[in-house]
Write a protein that binds this ligand. Sequence first.
Ligand SMILES: NC(=O)c1ccc[n+]([C@@H]2O[C@H](COP(=O)([O-])OP(=O)(O)OC[C@H]3O[C@@H](n4cnc5c(N)ncnc54)[C@H](OP(=O)(O)O)[C@@H]3O)[C@@H](O)[C@H]2O)c1
Length: 199
Amino acid sequence: MLFGRNEDGAPTSRRKYKRTEQNTMANVRLNLVVAACNNRGIGVKGQLPWRLKKDMQFFKNVTTETKDPDKQNAVIMGRITYFSIPEKFRPLAKRKNIILSRELKEAPPNTSLVRSLDEAVSLATGSGELADKIEKPMESNYNCRIYLTRVLADIDCDTFFPELDENLYRKVDCEDVPTSVFTENGLDFKFEVYDKVQH
Ligand SMILES: NC(=O)c1ccc[n+]([C@@H]2O[C@H](COP(=O)([O-])OP(=O)(O)OC[C@H]3O[C@@H](n4cnc5c(N)ncnc54)[C@H](OP(=O)(O)O)[C@@H]3O)[C@@H](O)[C@H]2O)c1
């Protein structure tokens, strides 16, 4: 899942965006939060292939925490991911839930429905441009950080994360992110953070 905010943690108003368009878009950072196993699998039959409480907590922390306590992060997710969240936990609390779908007719209660990633980013930051591909964030002009939980096993999956392009992304140390290997339900996993290389 993706979540985004401006560098200062604050979405900008639509009017302000028009005046400082380039500045604002350059400051948008999309953070991608994903857990993938050795064979890059992330999902199976519309669900997560594993149950890792610590990773769920990590996802919650990283998507909920804001610099400004009066602001919230926007979490952008595909329709299948949204409806894979148990009903009692959706929409995700204390986050602005933005759902990508071309087919849904209306937004589920207390969520926003968008037709493209750019529309999602525009909604979260107050811009108005539309574009059309969710697979783009890792290659896009958005400044993108990836929080990658590596599940150290080969697991049968039907949904996969793309190969990380090492020319585009570099692993970074992040003092808030633990470096040790954890074990839950017989699975070892560790947290990694990648930042987009600035060319
Ligand atoms: N391991 C992890 O960290 C992690 C994280 C999230 C999800 N998952 C797993 O991944 C699987 C779901 O992923 P998925 O890729 O199959 O589905 P998904 O991305 O959650 O949902 C796909 C749907 O989202 C909409 N969509 C996607 N891109 C769009 C775009 N650019 N513009 C407009 N709508 C767009 C479309 O909805 P319509 O068909 O309605 O148009 C599309 O059918 C599940 O197994 C889930 O548990 C794993």
